[in-house]
Ligand binder design. Structure first.
Ligand code: ADP
Length: 652
């Protein structure tokens, strides 16, 4: 029976760090692999050794099987842990590892191949007597009962999934689904499935050794999703009846037995509002949300994966596994929740994660990390564990409120607004939650209310910085004026709003500030450490995080992050918004051009489809008019902010 001395982790970011940690706890030497973009990433430093595998695009590095196997041979690794994503569910890679004499930490290649196809696995599960979502054959369009969901058979991560409610929408949705499927998964097979309205996503974690012992580690609730991709997960599933829990777990074990499954895996189900459940798929790898199961059961899944791959027997049986307390996980993404969850890239200027009992942070970032367009925009995961769900939830709110990741737009504020929603608090969850509550989750009104405080904090920090940087009369405050009637001022822009903060030092050492014509407030700094500023404003001490980066300031106050821009002293001509301009929201590749120069379009019509960060983005006409200056062709690479077309409204 082998005992691994050295494991290569064929992944990056938070999951690479997480696997490295358990390996080190087991005494295993670790090897990371990295692309150009990741040379300075934390996981590379955390590993004992690291090997360069190629340029930043994942197709040239993390998906490059030969480069990874050569790296494992070069450093004499006994085994490869694939993490999730990339090559984790690639049967060809698993086989290539075995051929090279390296153990692939996961199930047998033939099981990965069988379960990797949603279509084949559904057939198998159906035979095993577990209910599956009804599907339809493309060859018999008249038999399709709408609404349906289109899925890439070899897909994952919710990518390319589309709901089709009417026969007339089918053709174009299929074309788009096929494009995404081919580019993301290298296979254009599309599954047409009944779309179940308002289901819950509940999945069962399983573990099996190579000696026939198979156990489940209960369920995870993963219903809070956007774009069919999870953002908040928990264990146990709130309000799940013991009977349903038992049935789901039994179904998962039946499926696993039918394929002689070993190693860690997850059997996913959707549960309809009437309590009926349907098999979705088996993920033959560690899940992003595995940590909530670990917290509740006390079992380290990575350790078990390694032990199983070494051929060892599970050291516990089903009766030894219990659910203790409740755990929640929030995924921190670089994305703009106000712009349809569009992924964001850039440099994280300031990252700070709290430490507190009951909180676990799995992070791939630090201050200075670059969020690249090449990879998934998930930055970190926060996991809380407490005796009850409401306590885990309270702890999660505090964790999110006290962490900071400034410089790139993240979903932190949005996560907080979901967690504070009454329906979330009472566990009324289904996969349509975010859409159904989109209006109550929109937080702008309250955010505007606090804008004044954010502006004052930014101005205070700027003033403080200027005072510290003064070489002439450093003891004199930067806001000192020999003409006491003329205040210093700082004009800042937030979204479309421009406000001016007027301020001067008062005799008692405080600073008097007012925003535009608002009331004057007396500010004092209680403490200022790093990026944290505690300001006493009219006798109320409150905590802000402020990061100034040249002309931009990021201010975090309570549940909100504000990105403020110092208004230029003189108007910048090319900064003015041009009506009718359709711009690329991020760098990407043009995959479809639907109109031609001179075409007349209506507001909201799709002009082009852009692929960026492994997703398709539709570029739509923002007004009705005639398309002008459309020069892009399919295959063109475009820059973020690049003008793709103009809509001429003069003839309308
Ligand atoms: P992926 O492998 O891309 O993650 P899944 O099949 O696991 O795809 O589905 C992802 C999510 O999409 C599910 O959690 C669920 O919210 C939704 N979904 C999948 N199939 C259906 C369906 N037939 N009806 C309704 N929602 C579905």
């Amino acid at each position: 029976m082998p005992t691994f001395s050295k494991i290569l982790i064929a992944n990056r970011g938070e999951i690479a760090s997480r696997i490295i940690r358990t390996c080190h706890e087991m005494g295993v030497v670790t090897v990371a692999v990295f692309s150009d973009a990741d040379r300075d990433a934390p996981f590379v430093r955390q590993a004992d050794e690291a090997i360069y595998i190629g340029p930043s695009p994942s197709s040239e590095s993390y998906l490059c099987q030969d480069a990874i196997i050569s790296a494992a041979q070069r450093c004499h690794a006994d085994a490869i842990h694939p993490g999730y994503g990339f090559l984790a569910e690639n049967a060809i890679f698993a086989r290539a590892c075995a051929d090279a004499g390296i153990c692939f930490i996961g199930p047998a290649p033939k099981v990965i191949a069988l379960l990797g196809s949603k279509q084949a696995s559904k057939e198998l599960v159906n035979k095993a007597g577990v209910p599956v979502v009804p599907s339809f054959a493309l060859e018999h369009p008249n038999e399709i009962v709408y609404p349906v969901l289109l899925k890439a058979s070899m897909g994952g991560g919710g990518k390319g999934m589309q709901i089709v409610r009417e026969p007339s929408e089918l053709a174009s949705a299929l074309a788009s689904a096929k494009r995404v499927a081919t580019s993301a998964f290298g296979d254009s097979t599309i599954l047409i499935e009944s779309y179940i309205e308002s289901p819950r996503h509940i999945e069962i974690q399983i573990l099996g050794d190579q000696h026939g012992t198979l156990v489940h580690l209960f369920e995870r609730e993963c219903s809070i999703q956007r774009r069919h991709q999870k953002i908040i997960e928990e264990c146990p599933a709130p309000g799940l009846s013991p009977e349903l829990r038992t049935s789901l777990a039994a179904a998962a074990i039946t499926i696993a037995r039918a394929v002689d499954y070993h190693n860690a895996g997850t059997v996913e189900f959707i549960v309809a509002p009437n309590g009926e459940f349907y098999f979705l798929e088996v993920n033959t790898r560690l899940q992003v949300e595995h940590a909530v199961t670990e917290e509740v059961t006390g079992i380290d899944l990575v350790r078990e994966q390694i032990r199983i791959a070494e051929g060892k027997a599970l050291s516990f049986g089903q009766d030894d596994i219990h659910q203790n307390g409740a755990a929640l996980q929030c995924r921190l993404y670089a994305e703009d929740c106000d712009a349809d969850f569009l992924p964001c890239s850039g440099t994280l200027l300031h990252v700070s994660m709290p430490t507190m009992p009951g909180l676990r942070v799995e992070s791939g970032i630090e201050s200075g990390s670059v969020v690249s367009i090449h990879y998934d925009p998930m930055l970190a995961k926060l996991i809380t564990h407490a005796p009850t769900r409401s306590e885990a939830l309270r702890l999660m709110k505090r964790s999110l409120a006290t962490m900071a990741a400034l410089g790139v737009t993240t979903n932190r504020d949005f996560l907080l607004s979901v967690l504070s929603h009454g329906s979330f608090e009472t566990g009324q969850l289904d996969t349509g939650f975010l859409q159904q509550h989109s209006e109550t989750l929109a937080i702008l009104e309250e955010k505007e209310e606090f804008l004044g405080l954010a502006l004052m904090a930014a101005t205070y920090a700027k003033h403080d910085q200027q005072t510290c940087e003064r070489s002439i009369l450093p003891s004199m405050q930067a806001s000192y004026r020999n003409n006491r009637w003329r205040d210093a001022q700082c004009t800042l822009r937030w979204n479309e709003t421009t406000r001016t903060v007027h301020y001067h030092s008062a005799k008692d050492g405080s600073i008097e500030m007012r925003v535009d014509d608002g009331p004057a407030k007396a500010l004092r700094c209680a403490t200022s450490t790093g990026r944290t500023l505690v300001l006493e404003i009219d006798g109320h001490m409150q905590r802000f995080r402020v990061y100034w980066d040249r002309d931009r300031a990021f201010v975090q106050f309570q549940t909100y992050v504000y990105e403020l821009h110092l208004a230029p002293r003189f108007p910048v001509l090319n900064d003015t918004k041009v009506e009718g301009r359709c711009i690329a929201p991020m760098p990407g590749r043009v995959v479809q051009v639907l109109v031609q120069d001179g075409d007349v379009v209506g507001a909201g019509d799709t002009l082009l489809v852009l692929e960026a960060m492994k997703m398709e983005h539709r570029i739509v006409a923002n007004e009705s008019g005639t398309v002008r200056s459309l020069t892009s062709q399919v295959g063109d690479q475009v820059d973020g902010g690049q003008e793709l077309a103009m809509i001429d409204t003069s003839g309308v």
